[in-house]
Design a protein around this ligand. Sequence first.
Ligand SMILES: [Zn+2]
Length: 295
Amino acid sequence: MNTIREDLREKRFLVADGGWGTFLIAEGMQPGECPELWNVNRPEVVRRIGENYIAAGSDLISTNSFGGTRCKLEQHGLGERTAELNEAAAALSRQAAGADNHVIASIGPTGKFLITGEISEEDLYDAFKEQAQALERGGADACIIETFSAVDEAAVAVRAVAENTKLEIICSFTYASVVGGVPRTMMGATAADMAQATLEAGAHILGANCSFGSEEMLAVVQALHEAAPGTPILVNPNAGQPVQAETGIVYPESPEYMAGFARRFVEAGASILGGCCGTNPEHIRAIKAALRAIG
Ligand SMILES: [Zn+2]
């Protein structure tokens, strides 16, 4: 199987997937429930999310393992099942992806910060190593270290994956603001800080996910491209800023609206396009069509 970077050299653009959480909620996941437990208790539901994205045109699909570090699973009393739940996550996405599409296993932040001293660098490293090795055993060929805000934590995660697996590494941050054209995370890190530290640690592809809607995300892609001109960039924006409607939380950006940004994202330097919160297979289908039209 090609690496993602090899595929990009052949195809120019690739399509990632969209959100997963809303589908689990639609199938009955309760607030406070551990999503990763669904990998063993409701595997058909999890596999179907991946299958729906492949059918919509995703070249890369994620895994249901965003909260799959031991640190996070311990909060549900499931720390001892870390390897099992992550292996299952990767196996389900591999079944959905087949042999020709990429499984970019999701690795999220631990929720613990080095800067406050609540976790040591060594424990953090071990947590990411354990998760990444299980995801690789389950059949992932790559990982997406995603929705990070802290550069030090992300660098440890990248290093743990790079030193202990063969997974291709995408490192993607979430941004909280863009002031004077400079995007910053909640922790104050800029896209340039993130790019430098995570590439040095061994990341192969940089990304931005969640954060905000498409328009605001353009500035992030531009900043990443300026910081690392030769590095492929993934962009998975939310379907806009969520608004509270009578029916619940609504994400305002339609598939057509998001797909309308495909050309601008590509011009800004992105080559892998997908979505985050509030996006679904219809968004992916529209993005795929828009990229096809670009060529
Ligand atoms: Zn999101």
